[in-house]
Design a protein. Structure first.
Length: 69
C-alpha cells in the first residue's frame, strides 16, 4: 500500500468533484501548482501543513485524503 500514491489519487478525485483546476486549487491553498501536480502523481510526499490546506480547500477531512476505500 503506497500512501503517497493513494493520497495523490484522492486529492485528484476531490479536486475534480469540486470542479477545480490544479491552478485554482493552488490559488486556494497557497501551494504551488507544480507541487500539487507532483502530489497527484504520487511523486512527492505531502507535508502535514499541505494535507491540512488541501483538505480545507477541498472541503474534506484530512483523513479522507488518506482513505484506501
Amino acid at each position: 500500500m503506497d500512501l503517497v500514491r493513494i493520497f495523490g489519487e484522492n486529492v485528484r478525485k476531490a479536486r475534480k468533484v469540486k470542479g477545480l483546476s490544479q491552478e485554482e486549487l493552488a490559488l486556494d491553498t497557497g501551494i504551488k501548482r507544480s507541487y500539487i501536480s507532483d502530489l497527484e502523481r504520487g511523486t512527492r510526499n505531502p507535508t502535514v501543513r499541505a494535507v491540512g490546506r488541501l483538505a480545507i480547500a477541498l472541503g474534506v477531512k484530512p483523513e479522507e485524503l488518506l482513505k484506501t476505500d
